[in-house]
Design a binder for this molecule. Structure first.
Ligand SMILES: Nc1ncnc2c1ncn2[C@@H]1O[C@H](COP(=O)(O)OP(=O)(O)OP(=O)(O)O)[C@@H](O)[C@H]1O
Ligand SMILES: [Mg+2]
Length: 398
């Protein structure tokens, strides 16, 4: 999973036992590093708040009595060992420093002198969160346009990977998603059900909500009946993908073909973006536009993999023409096979369950290697994105 800009990596902080003045001082020092709550919580409430919100950092006032602050650190180390604890005191005191380090405080700071240490510790905590315990590879799959086969490829790639990995397929095509029907699943919870609790989601909640396919793919699907008033926020999707990347080795996101805020987020955090097109003029032209939009979202070209689906001898645009016009190597080609694929999709089966030996089944099983392989220097050797037919066409149209 990739980090997406400073805003995302602002640390989340809980303040405990601080007076209004200290809250103001801390807020001023950490304005670039952290998202701070409006006020401090009491020692009595602290553990509950920390367990519920799972912040990166807890800053604890050690002003009058140390006992409550020491007990809190012991409880947090036991229940939420990933949280960084920082003690805030009004004077340096060797005994106090030693006792606080013993119970798990990472820093003991006296402000304003130790402001740089406080800033550094909070900054490190935010980056540690994404770097150290997020191991899953996030692959977001987006269609050049609707109907090009994004769902077929996302579900089948998931099924291939699930033979040896823990895999979650997330259907982010709000209102249209077909992952549940392609995999023939009816999970208890849908992705939409998780949105209101997205900020406190963890791997356990996630695995309790997914549907499990016989290939061992876990899927977070769209509801049968979609409520068009559901609020879709990029931040919620970020929290869900983050929890997924902590709990699964691969997270495959079916982004559909319309880039709204949640899809934008899924594309930005993805380690790989698979762009699916069919070999016809309209889809390839839309793929060209998509590559530009991906660039605007900050997705690097080297992380995009181009897949051509429904290829045949009678395709309107050849593979070399697609590569030339999009300025990008094609990473994988899937043949057109309406009979087998149509049967699989209509019966809620995988293509390999219909016919293990057909070209499409073989090509789908090779998709893993094709996607994860480096597209190679050959990609750089193909035409630059602005030299092809489509760019000339679009430029001439302004
Ligand atoms: N390789 C293929 N050969 C033949 N038919 C295919 C192939 N891939 C997809 N199709 C057909 O194309 C249709 C759309 O496939 P799919 O639902 O995977 O596309 P999509 O891009 O996810 O569409 P949507 O925009 O509706 O989400 C299906 O009816 C499927 O049977
Ligand atoms: Mg789809």
């Amino acid at each position: 999973m990739r980090q997406v800009g400073k805003g995302r990596n602002a640390a989340s902080v809980v303040l405990v036992g601080l007076d209004t003045e200290s809250v103001g001082t801390v807020r001023e020092i950490l304005q670039a590093e952290a998202v701070l709550p409006p006020s401090s919580v009491s020692f009595g409430d602290a553990l509950g708040v920390i367990k519920r919100t799972r912040p990166d950092v807890v800053i604890v006032g050690m002003f009058q009595t140390m006992d409550a602050a020491l007990a809190l650190a012991q409880a947090v180390s036991r229940d939420e060992p990933g949280v960084v604890m920082i003690a805030l005191a009004d004077k340096g005191n060797a005994d106090a420093i030693l006792s606080s380090m013993r119970v798990g405080y990472k820093e003991y700071v006296v402000l304003p002198n130790d402001a740089p240490q406080l800033r550094q510790a909070v900054h490190d905590a935010a980056y540690k969160q994404v770097d150290e315990d997020v191991n899953g590879l996030v692959v977001s799959m987006v269609g050049a346009k609707g109907g090009v086969g994004t769902t077929l490829l996302a579900t089948h790639l998931a099924a291939e990977l699930a033979a040896i990995h823990r895999v979650l397929c997330i259907d982010l095509d709000f209102g249209n998603g077909d992952v549940a029907s392609v995999l023939d699943l009816t999970p208890r919870d849908s992705l939409v059900d998780l949105l209101p609790r997205a900020d406190r989601i963890d791997e356990r909640m996630l695995t309790g909500s997914v549907g499990v396919h016989r290939s061992k793919v876990h899927a977070l699907t769209q509801p049968n009946e979609y409520d068009h008033n559901a609020e879709l926020r990029g931040d919620d999707i970020y929290s869900i993908i983050l929890a997924a990347a902590r709990g699964y080795q691969y997270v495959l996101v079916d982004c559909g073909s319309y880039i709204n805020e949640p899809v934008g987020t899924a594309l930005q955090v993805a380690d790989l973006v698979a762009l699916v097109t069919t070999p016809d003029v309209i889809a390839v032209r839309d793929a060209y536009r998509r590559i530009k939009s991906l660039g605007q979202l900050g997705v690097e070209t080297e992380n995009i993999r181009l897949i051509v689906n429904r290829n045949s001898k009678t395709s309107f645009v050849s593979i070399p023409d697609i590569e030339e016009n999009l300025g990008m190597k094609v990473s994988a080609i899937i043949s057109d096979d309406p009979r087998t694929v149509g049967q699989a999709m209509n019966e809620g089966k995988l293509v390999r369950e219909i016919n293990r030996r057909c070209d499409v089944a073989r090509e789908l099983s090779n998709l893993v290697a094709a996607l994860t392989a480096d597209p190679g220097e050959a990609a750089a050797a193909t035409a630059a994105p602005d030299s092809g037919f489509f760019s000339r066409l679009f430029k001439s149209k302004g």
